[in-house]
Design a protein. Structure first.
Length: 97
């Protein structure tokens, strides 16, 4: 079983950036209680013309742990009514130095 890294580009409404940062703290708290969660980080775009203001990176012990967490009813409740565009993609490490 290999670990998986999730990258998600996030687009939020104009002026909603700080609300998203606060929401990410809720997401981090939720994930920290999920089996197989290792860590996550939030990055802010430095290009003012970028359509995606943030990128989320998270590490999980396995793809199954990741999909179980984001497929759970609790995750769906946390995300309900959120106005943002997420583009998540999970990757397996191939070459790391």
């Amino acid at each position: 079983m290999s670990s998986v890294t999730l990258f998600s580009m996030v687009e939020v409404g104009l002026g909603e950036e700080e609300k998203f940062v606060q929401f990410f703290k809720e997401v981090r708290s939720f994930f920290s209680k999920q089996p197989g969660f290792i860590m996550n980080q939030l990055f802010r775009a430095q290009n003012p013309k970028s359509t995606h203001q943030f990128m989320v990176m998270g590490k999980w012990e396995s793809p199954e742990a990741l999909w179980a967490a984001i497929g759970s009813d609790d995750w769906k409740k946390l995300m309900k009514g959120r106005q943002m565009v997420l583009n998540p993609v999970a990757f397996e490490e191939v070459l790391v130095e």
